[in-house]
Design a protein around this ligand. Structure first.
Ligand code: NAP
Length: 267
């Protein structure tokens, strides 16, 4: 199928809930072709599709485990066939599997690394390959392709009891920066968003509990928990020609969580 002029084709991994769903909807509202990747939540993906279409976008649901190479290759083949190319990858899929370090099994370590780091590597590599085949695409004189990694404030804030998760996000920081350096001459931009606390399924046991929510707000100078839209608005900006001179950068969208709020009254 031929794509419409100036319509972005955007692949959002992990778009069946939370931040990925919010990002997919935001691109849908701008008339984009949105590929909604999911792993297990088929109903969630269908809900995202409905909302993308309601906003005026065109949606396509693709199931794939981002940590499995053959599934990622198949997903990218289907995307580029359906939409005749790709403009933006939002590398969002991620999980937590928490444990005290001494009790952490190899399986817990590998599960998190597979989805959060290997998955982001595999999808980024396939996006770079797709961008390389479509020179001349994109707004005149601007990037021919964009990758946005969804990382976490835990790419720089250590997190006890979550060593596998924090290690995977620290890995994304250097994956993003090294890749940005390598592909900038090809006019491909690579950036990251590091969210603070955003109310989604991944952390619902915290923001649904009154006491835990109060403790969490102590860590957020701006005194509110974030919403998927807070991340989605920045993702749309990073994927647009308005941010064409930004590459290799992480935007922390965290209500000030990385400002070391413990130093407000101490130190
Ligand atoms: P979420 O609501 O639990 O969503 C996670 C998404 O990832 C789901 O769509 C899930 O799909 C997908 N996923 C999980 N494993 C997958 C796999 N192997 N292959 C493909 N998709 C997979 O969590 P979220 O908060 O929106 O998290 C999204 C990203 O933001 C993650 O990278 C997370 O680390 C990051 N983040 C979140 C916060 C926060 O406070 N919420 C803060 C910092 C960073 P299914 O449900 O279909 O299995």
């Amino acid at each position: 199928m031929a794509i419409k002029e100036n319509v972005q084709t955007v692949l959002v991994t992990g778009a069946s809930s939370g931040i990925g769903q919010g990002i997919a909807i935001a691109f849908g509202m701008r008339g984009a072709n949105v590929v909604i990747n999911y792993y297990s939540d088929e109903k969630g993906a269908a809900d995202t599709l409905k909302k993308v279409e309601a906003g005026g976008g065109k949606g396509l649901i693709l199931k794939a485990d981002v940590g499995e190479e053959d599934e990622v290759l198949r997903m990218f083949k289907e995307v580029t066939e359906e939409f005749d190319g790709l403009d933006v990858l939002i590398n969002n899929a991620g999980i937590q599997d928490d444990s005290a370090f001494a009790d952490m099994s190899l399986e817990q370590w590998e599960n998190v690394m597979s989805t959060n780091l290997t998955g982001q590597f595999l999808c980024a590599r396939e996006a770079i390959r797709a961008f390389g085949k479509q020179k001349g695409r994109g707004a005149k004189g601007k990037a021919i392709g964009n990758i946005v990694f969804i990382s976490s404030v835990h790419d720089i804030i250590p997190w006890a009891g979550h060593v596998n998760y924090a290690s995977s996000k620290g890995g994304i920081l250097m994956l993003m920066k090294s890749l940005a350096l390598e592909v900038a001459p090809q006019k491909i931009r690579v950036n990251a968003i590091s969210p603070g606390a955003i109310a989604t399924d991944i952390n619902d046991e915290v923001w649904k509990d009154k006491k835990k929510k109060k403790d969490l707000l102590e860590l957020i100078p701006y005194k509110r928990i974030g919403l998927p839209e807070d991340i989605a608005n920045v993702a749309v900006f990073l994927a647009s020609p308005d941010s064409d001179y930004i590459t290799g950068t992480t935007i922390y969208v965290d209500g000030g969580m990385t400002l070391y709020p413990g130093f407000v009254e101490n130190g």
